[in-house]
Ligand binder design. Structure first.
Ligand code: NAD
Length: 355
């Protein structure tokens, strides 16, 4: 077993809750990384982790990512994540999800949960029977993907502005990996502006849908070798690695997938090849923006969420400016951008008053 407290110290976590329930067999870990900006928001990942170490490693890493993403998107939320050790393709009975809901409730609002890999809106509806600290339920902000897709499209325009001096995507060739919820939404926006879109997916129906919309289908493995302008990873993480980077002919990478770089050094490898990598957690921030809008005064408003997600354009330009100023890469500048916001909030908290 990892030395949990030492791991917390390494990543600077505030709190970790290990949850077990005898009735349902629930095994979960909730990692609250940082609540300087507000209650911690981050989804529930349900995954058949091989052991506790693997689950702990994932939740620690993912929760740090949420702190940075929420901060960079200008949200009044800190970062956290929950993982449940369970195969999401097997039954997820009501008592299991409710047991998780009770764990969330026990944190008294320090953590808001939401949908993530392996958890569905139906699962969250059970969670919500035990706690009000759930975001993204049906009838509230709902499916974030259209807002995420709109954010990725706007991020791509900012990316184009940096590379080509104009944010016009008309005529640009873009390869989209993954035509799922976000990928397809991005494809629609790109085609509407007149971009030439190449699309790949592992499922024929997804490819067919993209083709019908006007995209050019490509085989899954060929996507890395295409002679195009922009690569948009919208499927899996870790796809920017020693095998794929030397094959890329693009000038820029901008997509929704989380953790696209296998390791931080791959960010440097892209820069060395003259490829601009727009940091994933900025590009795909539309999803958390959508969730957070639920808590805005007056409740959720999709138009407002879309408007905010379009603001990712300006956020990215600011990050490029920091990168220039400090002579670092944009993925490093994105961390600084998020950290500075947290630091400012911490300093303002020096002045005490009852809220
Ligand atoms: P999705 O499951 O709807 O779509 C992913 C698609 O990728 C699927 O159609 C799948 O068949 C395809 N795919 C998987 N492996 C592939 C491969 N090797 N090559 C080509 N295609 C492959 O998921 P989504 O909601 O569209 O999310 C896409 C990515 O964006 C994920 O990494 C997700 O974590 C990230 N993301 C999503 C949101 C959101 O709002 N949905 C927000 C932030 C980040």
């Amino acid at each position: 077993m990892r030395d949990v407290l030492q791991n917390m110290a390494d990543y600077d976590h505030e709190q970790i809750l290990f949850g077990y329930d005898k009735v349902s067999g629930l095994k979960c870990i909730i990692a609250i990384h940082n609540t300087t900006l507000g209650p911690a928001l981050g989804g529930l990942r349900i995954w058949p982790y091989k052991n506790e170490d693997e689950a702990l490693f994932d939740v620690l890493r993912l929760s740090v990512g949420m702190t940075y993403k929420n901060a960079a998107m200008g949200l009044d939320f800190g970062g956290a994540k929950a993982v449940m050790i369970h195969d999401p393709n097997t039954e997820k009975p009501e008592e299991l999800m409710r047991a998780f809901g009770r764990m969330v409730e026990s944190l008294g609002g320090r953590y808001y949960t939401a949908e993530d890999v392996g958890s569905t809106l139906d699962d969250l509806s059970y969670v919500a029977k035990e706690t009000k600290y759930v975001a993204g339920l049906p009838g509230t902000s709902g499916n974030p993907s259209p807002v995420t897709g709109w954010g990725v499209y706007n991020a791509m325009k900012a990316t184009a502005k940096r590379v080509w001096g104009s944010d016009e995507l008309k005529g640009k060739k873009v390869a989209v990996q993954g035509c799922g919820n976000v990928g397809f939404s991005l494809i629609e926006h790109l085609l509407e502006e007149g971009a030439v879109v190449y699309a790949t997916d592992m499922f024929e129906d997804k490819i067919e849908r993209a083709k019908k919309a006007g995209a050019i289908p490509v085989e899954m493995d060929k996507v890395y070798d295409l002679d195009v302008d922009i690569f948009a990873p919208c499927a899996l993480g870790a796809i920017l690695n020693d095998d794929t980077i030397p094959r890329l002919k693009v000038k820029a990478i901008c997509g929704s997938a989380n953790n696209q770089l296998l390791e931080p050094r791959h960010g440097k490898a892209l820069a060395a090849r003259g490829i601009l990598y727009s940091p994933d957690f900025i590009v795909n921030g539309g999803g958390v923006i959508n969730c957070a809008e639920e808590f805005a005064p007056g409740g959720y408003d999709k138009e407002r969420a879309l408007k905010r997600a379009a603001g990712i354009y300006d956020i990215l330009l600011k990050i490029f400016a920091i990168a220039d100023e400090r002579k670092i890469e944009p993925y490093e500048a994105a961390n600084i951008y998020a950290e500075e916001r947290i630091q400012k909030a911490l300093e303002q908290k020096r002045m005490f008053f009852e809220k």
